[in-house]
Ligand binder design. Structure first.
Ligand SMILES: Cc1ncc(COP(=O)(O)O)c(C=O)c1O
Length: 363
């Protein structure tokens, strides 16, 4: 079997044609594609406004800025996530207040949230980790603005109660623009602030662009948008295909006691980003990994909990032991390949490697 990548974007003739058309038009930025992509994206997820940006990280950053998060403020976020969910708070001089997660799925543990004192807390940034949607029903009761880091959960409709959701389109995501992101919101004023912040602080007026504040260049180019638009038009099929592959993985791994499947396949509010599993112990994980490497199957260990980074420890005065569930979740995590063009045969092969690894671990 040929090398199996951890992720691989689904690029068809349609994507090639769409990008070629933009190149031929010579309108590489500020052409029509960004606006059409935004409109169709908003419609797809069921929000009034969509604002295309240069990455999920820049999207999170300007959401914090548009909320007015500033030095000394605090924003609650997950102790387990990709580093961008904490960095976007630190960029403002604000401090992330971590909430521990469930040890079985890495989502914020609502009970832990109740233990956090609301002092100086200005917003909450939950994370839809590994495509699992965090249930906002409890969170929205406290009245703080909620920005959801949905960078890994494109395809699950955003829930009521969030001011905005931020998506990421790096090539490991369900749909890609190469690099890029999208913010969605129902709040017109917030959307206008975001549009201005991503474009140097300009405000679009009838006759010209008016400069209203300091801003950035976090715009998406038309080349990226053309790619994203084509992917979006095929999104239902892409999502279904990934879901089917994930179900095959889960059925095949179901009776293997040495690994636990993280995603709850009975919950429709999961979008398939990759396939996280938790190995029973480090020895089992090492032996599985050995087998995967032997057969050129790529894998990852997910992310380290955020308190593992020295600069975050310094800023938050937190240490890894403060969030024991994040430690348990991350300790023996293993992320398996997932990409839209993957075959069932490849899934079967990966599961065979896992079984062989476990058998090696026992001998
Ligand atoms: C949970 C999460 N948040 C934020 C980001 C940042 O997105 P980007 O890489 O597009 O900046 C990612 C990207 O992988 C992510 O997984």
């Amino acid at each position: 079997m040929k090398k199996i990548p951890l992720f691989q974007p689904n690029i068809t003739r349609k994507e090639l044609k769409a990008v070629e058309n933009v190149l031929k038009s010579k309108q590489l930025s500020r052409g029509p594609c960004v606006e059409i992509f935004e409109q169709q994206f908003a419609k797809f997820v069921g929000r009034r406004f969509a604002i295309a940006v240069s990455s999920g990280t820049s999207g999170l950053d300007i959401c914090m800025k548009a909320l007015g998060i500033k030095k000394g403020d605090r924003v609650i976020t997950s102790a387990y996530s990709f580093i961008a969910s904490a960095n976007c708070i630190l960029y403002q001089g604000a401090i992330p207040v971590f909430c521990d997660v469930n040890s079985h799925n890495g989502l914020i543990n609502t009970n832990r949230l109740k233990q956090i004192s609301p002092e100086k807390v200005k917003a909450i940034l939950p994370v839809d980790i590994f495509g699992q949607q965090y249930d906002l029903s409890e969170l929205k009761k406290n009245g703080l603005p909620i920005i959801v880091d949905s960078c890994e959960s494109f395809g699950v409709p955003p829930q009521a109660g969030a001011l905005a959701n931020v998506y990421g389109f790096y090539p490991n995501k369900q749909i890609t623009t190469g690099e890029g992101g999208m913010i969605v919101t129902d709040d017109e004023q917030f959307a206008n602030k975001l549009r201005s912040l991503r474009n140097q602080g300009f405000k679009k007026t009838k006759d010209y662009l008016k400069k209203i504040d300091i801003g950035f260049n976090f715009r998406m180019s038309d080349i990226n948008a053309a790619l994203g638009l084509t992917q979006l038009q095929n999104a239902k099929k892409i999502l279904q295909k990934r879901w089917k592959l994930a179900r095959t993985y889960s059925e095949l791994l179901d009776d293997i006691l040495e690994v636990a499947f993280v995603l709850n396949m009975r919950n429709k509010n999961v979008s398939i980003f990759n396939i996280p599993i938790i190995c029973k112990n480090r020895h089992i994980r090492d032996c599985i990994v050995q087998e995967l490497e032997k057969h050129q199957v790529e894998y990852s260990f997910g992310f380290p909990p955020l308190t593992h980074f020295a600069y975050i420890q310094k800023a938050t005065k937190c240490k890894p032991t403060d969030f024991p569930n994040a430690e348990i979740f991350a300790k023996n995590l293993l992320c398996l390949p997932m990409f839209t063009d993957m075959s069932t045969k490849q899934v079967l092969f990966i599961v065979k490697c896992i079984k062989q690894g476990i058998s090696n671990a026992k001998n």
